[in-house]
Ligand binder design. Structure first.
Ligand code: GLN
Length: 469
């Protein structure tokens, strides 16, 4: 049982004076302290959080999230603590402004209490690439929490706050949600502003909530969604509230053939099949759908993502902000030393791969080919959504793996993303829902919808959540 009520109820009770924002913030901070050994949190924003809570308690209690504590992945620019993106490169960096997402949540009265651990610059699937140490899985401390939003997912499951924010470039919200056993939502590309979030791969990056229930998730999305003049990639939101979770009738759902075959753990497969059967019994029409280019999506992702990473990370030059090696005597030495010390092995690997696939001799062979296949993938998904309303399948082939078991094998980490990257390449909304466990470890179910179908997708997720109770 969670110590947190549904988010809407918390805000209601703060408004009516039954609950005090200060007590809620203290409850979050105490849980963070008590469960420190999981290393889900990089820093707390204690002083600022308590100050905001006091202001709320002594003033007008306005806003849909009034007094509700939350945790932001540490790649969100937020006041009250450093913003490190999990990297030595940004240690000591104090944000001069806040991410739009944080501003929107604060405008509704929510209170950021801490910054969550992540793989440095969100490069990874296990939080093992964090320069602040690995996050441990709440169900088994010897296993990873997933990544890169491992800290956010673990924090929600460890009950540190009612919800957390994450970023998802190739699965980083859904994968840790699946490994830790909470809901993780990746919105349609552009639905939520990324202004003030440390960029990873700009054509793939989205941000979204991790929470305990679909209802809480939908409420947070409703606050976050919509155009932002500070992010020109943002799109119009649904005119209706994302919190309308009415189940649709006559749904047609496609089981993704390519995700249900070889390489999928038997226990995970079984859980997914149970969920599919429940949806069928509840009246949905279930058919198998094949997306022939899907097996290429991982290769496409690991070309396009590093290409964009190499470009986005070029701003960390040791001159303007971030880590600087002060002993350097020339500009070139400063670049080499500052970047050499500030970036971790995975960051460097991506910069090298990215600059290679963009270099004039290899551009056509790698980058251009990858973009061509990306378009093919988009066309195949568009075709599929002419036949079915939603797609269903696993989030990952396995449950959480042991800490250290992928050591020095980046390919094993990359393979973890095999079922999540497509949604980013295609820009569609996708959710990871906890549906059960295998050998005591949580299993997530993935549902995907066409672009802009976020509201309908959340409604289906709600229905599926009820069925798996
Ligand atoms: N695991 C993927 C990667 O390392 C996805 C990361 C993410 O979504 N931030 O690229």
């Amino acid at each position: 049982m969670s110590q947190w009520l549904p988010i809407e109820e918390i805000a209601e009770k703060v408004r009516s004076g039954e609950l005090k924002a200060v007590d809620l913030v203290n409850m979050a901070l105490k849980t963070i302290e008590d469960k420190n050994e999981y290393n889900a949190i990089i820093s707390t924003t204690k002083d600022r959080a308590l100050q905001r809570a006091q202001q709320i308690d002594s003033g007008e209690k306005k806003g849909r999230l009034v007094g509700v504590p939350f945790i932001a992945k540490d790649n969100f620019l937020a006041f009250g603590a450093e913003t490190t993106a999990g990297s030595n490169m940004l240690k000591g960096f104090v944000a001069p402004y806040q991410a739009t997402a944080i501003e929107k949540l604060e405008a509704e009265g929510a209170i950021c209490v801490a910054k969550a651990n992540l793989d440095a610059f969100a490069h990874g699937s296990s939080t093992e690439n964090s320069d602040f140490g690995v996050t441990h899985n709440p169900y088994d401390k010897t296993r990873v929490a997933g990544g890169s939003s491992g800290g956010s997912a673990a924090a929600v499951v460890l009950d540190m706050a009612p919800f957390a924010l994450g970023s998802d470039t190739g699965g980083s919200i859904r994968l840790p949600a699946s490994f830790c056993g909470c809901v993780g939502y990746k919105p349609t590309y552009g639905l939520v502003s990324r202004s003030g979030v440390v960029a990873m791969a700009s054509s793939l990056d989205v941000i979204g909530p991790l929470a305990r229930t679909v209802e809480d998730t939908a409420l947070i999305l409703d606050v976050l969604a919509g155009r932002d003049e500070l992010d020109s990639t943002t799109i119009d939101r649904d005119p209706e509230s994302y919190t309308i979770l009415a189940p649709a009738k006559n749904l047609k759902i496609g089981v993704i053939k390519e995700y249900m075959g070889e390489g999928l753990d038997d226990g995970v497969k079984n859980q997914i099949e149970v969920s599919i059967a429940k949806l069928r019994n509840s009246g949905a029409e279930i058919i198998e759908i094949s997306l022939p280019s899907l097996p290429l999506s991982l290769a496409v992702y690991y070309i396009i993502c590093p290409a964009e990473v190499s470009s986005n990370l070029s701003r960390y030059d040791g001159v303007r902000y971030g880590h600087t090696d002060k002993s350097a005597k020339t500009v070139e030495e400063n670049y080499i030393k500052s970047r050499g010390q500030g970036f971790g092995a995975e960051n460097k690997r991506r910069i090298i791969i990215g600059t290679h696939v963009l270099s004039s001799g290899y551009y056509d062979a790698y980058y251009k080919t990858a973009q061509t296949v990306r378009t093919k993938l988009i066309n195949e998904f568009n075709e599929a959504f002419k036949t079915v309303d939603f797609l269903i399948g696993p989030v990952t082939p396995n449950t959480a793996f042991e800490i250290g078991s992928h050591h020095n094998e980046p390919m094993l980490d990359y393979l973890t993303d095999i079922m999540t990257v497509a949604a980013n390449l295609v820009g569609i909304p996708a959710i990871s829902l906890p549906i059960g466990s295998v050998n005591g470890l949580p299993v997530g179910l993935q549902l995907m919808g066409k672009q802009h179908s976020d509201r309908q997708l959340l409604a289906l997720a709600k229905q599926t959540e009820e069925l798996s109770k």
